[in-house]
Design a protein around this ligand. Structure first.
Ligand code: URA
Length: 225
């Protein structure tokens, strides 16, 4: 019979959209509202990101681990069998790092990727990459709050896999996905996992997610004025 841990490890689908409960919908309403100021925006984002990171960590493999409680009783629990590396796509992805530090109790490292669209060709290009040695053994949480066309995420996943990280070990963590971005990225990388708080139907002509929340980085870092 399959143990409860292997069932737990297998049960997570490739694409997870957080349960749309009232607490989450309230936070999403705050961050989507044009009248929300930058401080209120970042405070609500941090609460959403905690939930995303907790969900993403379900993809870290675990094994059964039995301990003895202070009253001398056995408790059949779990322990994780891999470390985690958070890789931020700069600049917006960095807003998820603190939630990962606060949530994950095991071995933890961070990498950074600066990816921007070439203004002439519109092709995403990596301008800076710093990844920890040993990343290929970890579960990598790829931190990117907005999945619009998928161009930056494709570049990031290619960079990670060329550095030895199996596609199956990468979990994209994002706040809002466009339907198109989800289709493009999951079609291109069948082993990639994705955890998102919302999926929006459209992209504008300028590739903003619609209805979306505007420019995430500008609102989170207060650079919109
Ligand atoms: N990045 C953003 O900040 N917002 C979008 O709508 C799309 C990409």
């Amino acid at each position: 019979m399959e143990s409860h841990i292997s069932a737990l490890n297998a049960q997570m689908d490739r694409i997870t959209v957080l349960e749309q409960d009232r607490a989450l919908l309230n936070l999403m309403t705050i961050i989507r509202d044009r009248n929300t100021n930058d401080r209120e925006f970042s405070a609500a984002v941090e609460k959403i990101v905690r939930r995303l990171i907790t969900s993403a960590l379900n993809h870290v493999p675990a094994e059964e681990y039995t301990i003895t409680t202070p009253i001398d009783k056995p408790f059949k629990g779990i322990r994780f069998t891999k470390g985690v590396c958070g890789v931020s796509i700069l600049r917006a992805g960095a807003c998820m790092e603190q939630a990962l530090r606060d949530t994950w109790t095991g071995r933890l490292s961070f990498g950074k990727l600066l990816i921007q669209r070439d203004e002439e060709t519109s092709i995403a290009k990596i301008y800076y990459s710093k990844l920890p040695t040993g990343i290929s053994n970890d579960i990598v949480l790829l931190l990117e709050p907005m999945l619009a066309t998928g161009g930056s995420v494709i570049k990031a996943v290619e960079n990670l896999t060329s550095n030895g990280v199996p596609e199956e070990s990468i979990v994209l963590v994002n706040v809002v996905s466009s339907k198109k971005g989800l289709e493009v990225v999951s079609g291109r990388f069948p082993g990639l996992k994705i955890v998102s708080a919302a999926v929006d139907a459209e992209l504008t002509a300028q590739n903003y997610i619609s209805p979306g929340l505007g420019d995430f980085g500008d609102r989170y870092y207060g650079t919109s004025c």
